[in-house]
Design a protein around this ligand. Structure first.
Ligand SMILES: [Zn+2]
Length: 255
């Protein structure tokens, strides 16, 4: 395990995406889900740095659109899921679940989390989780290819990670996710306090991540699908975790 903490930088891209950069060495970085190339090239070249690796969580265009141009520009190694090899740009390294991959001085642990897409993976590097569109702050991805049961299983895998893990998700959806959480539980004063804090941060256009996973465990409604008290608060007493999850995911789709 490296003796230093991971240097992480969000690069805002497209409408509300984040391309996450993290240092893989002195003046070398990896990019997670580069939906476009220009902001990454601009950011790295302004400090004389280069791009060693690209990590892809899934095949949606807003997460892969910049890959070809970045590979051409920097000669970058591209890493993505074996399962989606035909839907991703050409991969140099195809990964499967629980695999470890070395990235310069860092190492990433891969976790398969089907639901948003069937081949979705997340990457943990030190105590930072690059979650793509599987988990958002106070929310989770839409289920495009999986089932609610699959997605819930995937979220349980992520929830089992230590509280101190820092979440870096693929979109800045924090404010609207929190507004949704508050709409489910209007009397939850902790959520109201968080909403005031996040509103101020969003007004100043500050990124709301990285953020600790323990906060997700306490406040993310999707993570709380198996909490009987939460189910009661939202009028779903006696339903299974999968049923509660499916029900709030459906509500969020039209929020
Ligand atoms: Zn997506």
């Amino acid at each position: 395990m490296p003796q230093h903490s991971l240097m992480v930088e969000p690069i805002p891209a497209l409408k509300d995406n984040y391309i996450w950069l993290f240092a893989t060495g002195d003046h070398t970085w990896a990019a997670v889900d580069p939906g476009e190339a220009k902001p990454v090239i601009h950011h790295l070249e302004s400090q004389g740095d280069t791009l060693s690796h690209i990590l892809l969580t899934h095949h949606h265009h807003d997460h892969i659109g910049g890959v070809d141009a970045l590979r051409k520009h920097f000669g970058t190694i591209v890493i993505g899921a074996e399962r989606d090899i035909h839907r991703l740009p050409p991969l140099d390294v195809a990964v499967t679940g629980e695999q470890r991959i070395s990235l310069g001085r860092e190492e990433a642990v891969v976790m398969e989390v089907p639901g948003h897409t069937l081949g979705h993976v997340v990457y943990q590097v030190q105590d930072t989780l690059f979650a793509g569109d599987a988990l958002f702050r106070f929310g989770c991805g839409r289920i495009f290819e999986g089932t609610p049961e699959k997605m819930w299983e995937s979220l349980l895998k992520i929830r089992a990670l230590p509280d101190s893990v820092q979440l870096c998700a693929g979109h800045e959806y924090t404010l609207v996710n929190l507004q949704f959480a508050c709409s489910l539980e209007p009397n939850n004063s902790a959520l109201q306090t968080l909403l005031r804090h996040i509103s101020r941060q969003t007004d100043r256009e500050q990124p709301t991540m990285p953020s600790p996973l323990d906060e997700e465990k306490r406040y993310n409604p999707f993570f709380r699908s198996d909490d009987p008290l939460f189910a009661r608060n939202i009028g779903l007493t006696g339903q299974s975790a999968e049923q509660v999850f499916a029900s709030i995911r459906k509500k969020r789709n039209s929020f």
